[in-house]
Design a protein around this ligand. Sequence first.
Ligand code: ADP
Length: 400
Amino acid sequence: MKILVINCGSSSLKYQVLNMEDHSLLCKGLVERIAADGSVLTHTKIGLDEKKKVEAPMADHTAAISYVLEALVDPKFGVVASMDEIGAVGHRVLHGGEAFTASTLVTPEVEAAIEDCIPLGPLHNPANLMGIRACQGLMPNTPQVAVFDTAFHQSMPAESFIYPLPYEYYEKYHVRRYGFHGTSHRYITLRAAAMLGKKPEETSIISCHLGNGSSLCAVKNGKCYDTSMGLTPLEGLEMGTRCGDIDPAAVPFIAEREGLSFKDMDTIMNKKSGLLGVSGVSGDARDVEEAANAGNYRAQLALDIFTHRVKHYIGAYIAEMNGVDAIVFTAGIGENSITSRENICRDMEALGIKIDPEKNKVRGRECVISADDSPVKILLIPTNEELMIAMDTYDIVTGK
Ligand code: ADP
């Protein structure tokens, strides 16, 4: 069976088609500037160097997806003879609130529940729904599956997810920790278990998803026990442009002095902070590393804060779980930044974490990078959220 995976943003859309017989990727693409001037689709068929580019007005997600479907059956760039060969569509959905603990077949009730979660995911859930509805319109006989970024974290105990605010805000507005990157953390858990030769339900790890957005997940016996992102993806680590944890009282303190609104502060914390805010150079870790290597103090400080916070959470999660089998690095920084991994794992022998600097000189492939005598293994696992979405979709539509 071939499965189309769709990840819709408000003005962009990413897609892949995977062959579930061998989990191979057949094609992938990106549509940018949906509902704006200059809409463009870029489609890559695996094995072909030449890309297909479509520049045409795309007024909405339905128009964008109709161009995607055209590309999939294109005689040169396509991967199926007709759309009947696509057995199902898997959609990434940001927020499932407390309604979804696992991926699910899209039904009218599921759509309504995704709609109910819009206040919790105001930017993403409407776009995710647009993608689902566009596919339903264009492929009415093909099952659609929703895979939630939050679902994996629903196993957290209340002491991990309840904020110590007046309890009524949890009851009235569902204010609590939800966590994100759940599809990635789940994929990492399954691969880590396979690499360790253990059953997932007997595997305890700390999954470090370090990219533009970063989160750590404490996985206890295969299930999420705690995670660093919260009600929104702002909480936790220092990120490209997000501040992560700060004293909440800093928000009114700065707002009052600068004459800023809550909305202004939200923008500052999400878009102007993190590596960018501290370094003043960039939110991209590569640029910040380059500036730090050239002697830029604030760039080095931004990286040191990043390292410090990841260490902080690793220590906390080891304490929460009374030990772990492995620390796993994934996503853009985790998979590629040799220095970040080395800095994070430095001086952690007391916790049983000992990196092998030679083995660590590697990028983007599954491997063990801990020293042979390290009680806690350190793993590098490239994440593959699309494959996880496709696997869930396949299992749901085939009843596995
Ligand atoms: P997103 O959250 O957008 O999916 P990614 O997982 O693609 O992000 O991660 C992007 C981040 O990874 C950027 O900060 C980028 O600089 C960083 N990155 C990618 N390659 C390297 C590298 N070789 N060294 C350091 N950082 C890298």
